[in-house]
Design a protein. Structure first.
Length: 264
């Protein structure tokens, strides 16, 4: 793989493995102590770099070793997170521990002062981004929920977008991860030790992260993803996360933000 000179000089002959977990669409190279993320250069890639800078010493996010842009690709070299992914076997076989970890991750995010946050991901901006994705053919229709565009669902992404505009909920602004799914959270026991894939991070409704976390839990426990087909996980209670957070589920908002994510 081509690497910019600055990146290559930092990892000249190190062995690495390819990380195929997750759905980021990036090339993830895992070295002994560092991770290299290579992706198409766009606003999301730039926002990830911006938010990593912003969150240094605020949250357990990777340290930036180098960031280069070359031939319309971004190269982000970072430190490796400690601990295990929230979708690891250890966590999946212990739903109570897993939900304690995820609740810790959400509460840490919500504790951050957002008055100087450099990224605004609230609906006034997010729906405009969704419209751009539709107009430019960027909606991945192969990875949507089966019912979203089914006979009883929406006819197409444009109809879904109009529904999202017509049903905007009142927002509770917090620092949002933007893609709070199990592969993006690392932990040791019940404490978060790393957040990754921060390209959609910024100010947003707290229910955005709750909704995507709820969906990720459901999908991981159902064995939906590659490598999980023969895994059976029991004792999953869909209300466990909400009990750990000490809140009641707002099913309307959860549905809204899952539908919004279909356009990204």
């Amino acid at each position: 793989m081509f690497l910019p000179e600055k990146i290559h000089n930092l990892i000249p002959e190190e062995n690495y493995k390819i990380d195929n977990i997750g759905m980021s669409g990036s090339d993830i190279l895992i070295y002994e102590n560092r991770v290299l993320k290579v992706q198409e250069y766009n606003e999301e890639a730039e926002n990830e770099y911006r938010m990593l800078q912003y969150l240094q010493n605020k949250l357990p996010v990777p340290l930036i070793c180098a960031y280069e842009i070359s031939d319309d690709k971004s190269y982000l070299l970072m430190s490796k997170c400690k601990g295990q992914m929230a979708c690891s076997h250890e966590y999946m076989t212990n739903p109570t521990l897993l939900c304690k970890l995820l609740a810790d991750g959400l509460n840490k995010l919500w504790s951050i002062d957002i008055s100087d946050c450099p990224s605004d991901q609230r609906l006034s901006n997010k729906l405009v981004m969704a419209e751009y994705n539709i107009e430019n053919g960027l909606v991945d229709l192969d990875n949507v929920e089966p019912e979203t565009f089914s006979e009883n669902g929406f006819k197409n992404p444009a109809e879904l977008l109009q529904w999202l505009y017509d049903n905007e909920p009142e927002e509770e602004p917090v620092l949002s991860h933007g893609d709070f799914c199990l592969p993006n959270i690392f932990g040791v026991n019940d404490e978060v030790t790393g957040y990754i894939d921060l390209g959609r991070a910024g100010i947003a409704d707290k229910w955005c992260d709750i909704a995507l976390c709820y969906r990720s839990l459901s999908h991981n426990f159902s064995g939906k993803y590659k490598g999980q087909e023969n895994s059976t996980y029991s004792d999953y209670d869909e209300l466990l996360l909400f009990r750990e957070l000490g809140i009641k589920p707002d099913w309307e908002k959860i549905r809204y933000y899952i539908l919004l994510d279909e356009l990204f």
